[in-house]
Design a protein around this ligand. Structure first.
Ligand code: IDP
Ligand code: MG
Length: 134
């Protein structure tokens, strides 16, 4: 195991539903540290970069509309094994597969609008931290 930093982003549905505090509590209670954070309004250009791997999917325009519908809260989260650890805390991408006890399992009722983003690898965490915290 290693000390890692990961990029976590509370998505617009999380903010609108007043779940910020709840989700941040879970991250802190797990023992991770929030070492930087900021509220942002994203535009389509940064979403095309961040979501390049889904940009050709039919649902991509909906994701852009959703992710630009209000502010997001970006965080750098640090801890032992934080990249995989946060993915476990978040739960599966598909909301119907996200287990109870995970953030998505407990709060997401749609796969598109699924509360939280977390980097999926150490390499992508570095890229995403640079993208959003430059
Ligand atoms: P992840 O957020 O769990 O890493 P990715 O596959 O990287 O999942 O997809 C990025 C985001 O795109 C998801 O969090 C979700 O908002 C959206 N998304 C992915 N697959 C679907 C889908 O099949 N339908 C609708 N939205 C999707
Ligand atoms: Mg992903």
């Amino acid at each position: 195991m290693a000390m890692e930093k990961t990029y976590i982003m509370l998505k617009p549905d999380c903010m609108k539903r007043g779940l910020m505090g709840e989700v941040i509590s879970r991250i802190e209670h797990k023992g991770y540290r929030i070492v930087d954070a900021k509220m942002m309004n994203l535009d389509e250009a940064i979403l095309r970069e961040h979501y390049a791997h889904i940009a050709d999917k039919p649902f991509f325009p909906e994701i852009v509309a959703y992710m630009t519908s209000g502010p997001v809260f970006g965080m750098i989260v640090e801890g032992e094994n934080a990249v995989l650890g946060m993915r476990i805390l978040m739960g599966a991408t598909k909301f119907e597969e996200a287990k109870a006890g995970t953030i998505r399992g407990d709060y997401a009722f749609s796969t598109g609008e699924n509360v939280i983003h977390g980097s999926d690898s150490v390499e992508n965490a570095e890229i995403e931290i640079k993208r959003f915290f430059r």
